[in-house]
Design a protein around this ligand. Structure first.
Ligand SMILES: Nc1ncnc2c1ncn2[C@@H]1O[C@H](COP(=O)(O)OP(=O)(O)OP(=O)(O)O)[C@@H](O)[C@H]1O
Ligand SMILES: [Mg+2]
Length: 333
């Protein structure tokens, strides 16, 4: 009996919480025309450019996973998050999350999700923070005991006692962000989408948010998708990393895996006397270090050379800038 219960629990834990198949989203961008005649003509036959923001992305996320979703500016991260949270409808493909189709069953779906946009606060500017929380309690019909228990816990974890009664407009960016996070989580959602929750924050505030997200995942088993441009966020919070670039998925795996793939990669930073700086990444298995050094010494005008061990920040930068090709790394560049 106990074994059966354990197996059931285990199978439940293996369930996919989110399934995304061949997801697509295009934006129609009006083309601006030059000259009066063209502008008038354009009024009747508007021309559009089509921007493929999300271009055939598939992945699954298991219950209780915390996944870092990264990529350069404009890669399609926020667009994907908006489709996963039901704010935007996809142009193609399928999304199933918590057993529902987000944009079709939005009313039912939002009861179990939380969304935090670091770039856009959802709090009421004029109300004291605590009243915004009360509003959430009303909107989500959160039972009193649950609301009070969550509020007490979150205020303590995020160190918010001092500013809870202040109007939102008087709060600092980091305080507001913490407020936004609490507002989005008071109803104990099963899935939380964080879109750049640490943007513009100092190291202390970032750390508080990371610890909080980790707590929610480990202790409350919340499934989390987290987008950021800060690799420390990813290293400290996420088990798994999905990288997207130009609307396509280019990596899906663990952080240690990506580090292992690149363990044989070294980068050399060359500083020239005229001030130019060059970073070269190469695979030591294919081009031994002495060969690289000999080639460099043959050049003139070099002021300084430093060898950079691949750190996650550097690896990701190299991937974004095309210096490292995924998934195979042969040769680097
Ligand atoms: N409402 C919109 N109308 C037209 N184009 C849009 C709209 N929203 C996003 N885009 C375009 O779609 C692409 C993907 O944008 P998205 O916001 O998803 O990127 P992102 O990965 O979140 O970038 P960032 O790291 O800068 O937040 C970009 O080229 C962007 O300019
Ligand atoms: Mg974004």
């Amino acid at each position: 009996m106990l074994l059966k219960k354990y197996m059931k629990e285990r199978d439940k834990n293996m369930e996919n919480m989110i399934e995304v198949r061949n997801l697509k989203k295009c934006y129609k961008i009006p083309v601006r025309s030059k000259g009066m005649a063209a502008t008038i003509k354009n009024l009747f036959h508007r021309k559009y450019d089509i921007k493929k923001a999300v271009d055939d992305i598939s992945f699954s996320i298991k219950r209780g996973e915390v996944v870092g979703f990264i990529g350069p500016n404009g890669a399609g991260k926020s667009t994907t998050i908006k489709m996963l949270s039901g704010i935007l409808y996809p142009d193609g493909g399928k999304v199933k999350s918590n057993g529902l189709v987000p944009f079709k069953q939005r009313k039912q779906y939002v009861k179990d999700i939380g969304v935090v946009f670091g770039q856009k606060s959802q709090l009421n500017w004029d109300l004291p923070l605590i009243e915004s929380f009360e509003l959430m309690r009303y909107i989500y019909k959160i039972p009193k005991e649950k609301y009070e228990a969550n509020l007490e816990k979150f205020i303590k974890l995020l160190d918010m006692e001092e500013f809870i009664n202040r109007p939102v407009r008087q709060l600092s960016l980091g305080q507001k962000m913490r407020g936004d996070i609490v507002a989005a989580l008071l109803h104990s959602p099963k899935i939380v989408f964080f879109d750049e929750p640490t943007i513009g924050l100092d190291v202390v505030a970032k750390e508080k948010i990371r610890e909080f997200v980790k707590y929610m995942n480990e202790k409350e088993e919340t499934t989390i998708i987290f987008t950021t441009h800060d690799m420390q966020d990813i290293e400290k919070v996420c088990d798994r990393l999905i990288i997207i670039d130009s609307g396509k998925k280019v990596y899906d795996g663990s952080i240690s895996e990506i580090k292992n793939i690149y363990a044989n990669c070294k980068s050399i930073e060359v500083l020239y006397e005229d001030g130019r700086k060059e970073i070269k990444t190469f695979n030591v298995n294919e081009t031994p270090m002495n060969v690289v050094m000999e080639n460099l010494f043959a050049k003139s005008g070099i002021k300084d050379i430093s060898i950079i061990e691949p750190e996650i920040d550097g690896i990701i930068r190299d991937i974004y800038e095309g210096r490292i090709k995924l998934p195979a790394l042969e040769g680097c560049v």
